[in-house]
Write a protein that binds this ligand. Structure first.
Ligand SMILES: C[S@@+](CC[C@H](N)C(=O)[O-])C[C@H]1O[C@@H](n2cnc3c(N)ncnc32)[C@H](O)[C@@H]1O
Length: 195
């Protein structure tokens, strides 16, 4: 069985993004403290973050959405190797189509998929999240560009940075959530749904 460090190395060598070490620790701690039963994740990649969450909450199941069939296949193998596959459903496809169709409820949601779409997914995820549950969003400071959006309109990351800034402002101001911004990794919000 590959260790988590080996999985991370494997992914990075193939330019498959997986979360940074500080983010991994924060995610593990949040899940361990809250012990959710039903977790939703947007952006499976090769299952690294999913394995972290399922390890932290041994009773939890995970529904996770991934666009890339190749990454999803690798994730399935990695979950299988750890005996976790029966706790996981991988939805393969575009989260922009899948998220609006999701039903049921989740007590922990990890958003780590397409960076320009957080604002679009936010109302759906809010609906799916139970009161007391947590919505954790990675990359909310987006390479530092969210707080310092470049003037150059041709900058390739500018649209994502603007979308992310709008999302960060909205979720921070939303009275339904208590949101804490953690300046670890690429910026992570942890938002607890109050009502
Ligand atoms: C940052 S990676 C996820 C990393 C993973 N959560 C981890 O830390 O191990 C983002 C993932 O979102 C996927 N993705 C990008 N656009 C997507 C979309 N529109 N729908 C579903 N998944 C998408 C990418 O293929 C990629 O695997």
């Amino acid at each position: 069985m590959h260790t988590l460090d080996e999985l991370k190395k494997y992914a990075r060598e193939r330019y498959i993004p997986v979360m940074l070490d500080d983010t991994k620790q924060l995610l593990f701690d949040e899940v361990r403290q809250r012990l959710p039963r039903r977790i939703l994740e947007i952006g499976t990649a090769i299952g690294y973050s999913g394995i972290v969450m399922l390890s932290a909450s041994p009773e939890a199941t995970l529904n996770t959405v991934e666009l890339s069939e190749r990454s999803a296949a690798l994730a399935r193998e990695n979950f299988r190797e750890r005996g976790m596959l029966d706790r996981v459903n991988i939805f393969i496809g575009d989260a922009r189509e899948i998220v609006p169709q999701l039903t049921g409820s989740y007590d922990f949601i990890f958003m780590d998929g397409p960076k320009g779409q957080y604002e679009t997914f936010f109302p759906y995820l809010t609906e799916l999240l139970t009161v007391g549950g947590a919505l954790v969003c990675d990359n909310v400071l987006y390479k530092g560009l969210v707080e310092h959006v470049p003037d150059d309109k041709r900058h390739k990351h500018i649209t994502v940075a603007r979308n992310m800034r709008a999302f960060l402002q909205d979720i921070t101001a939303d009275p339904r959530f208590d949101t804490v911004l953690h300046r670890v990794g690429d910026g992570v919000t942890v938002s607890t749904k109050k009502f």
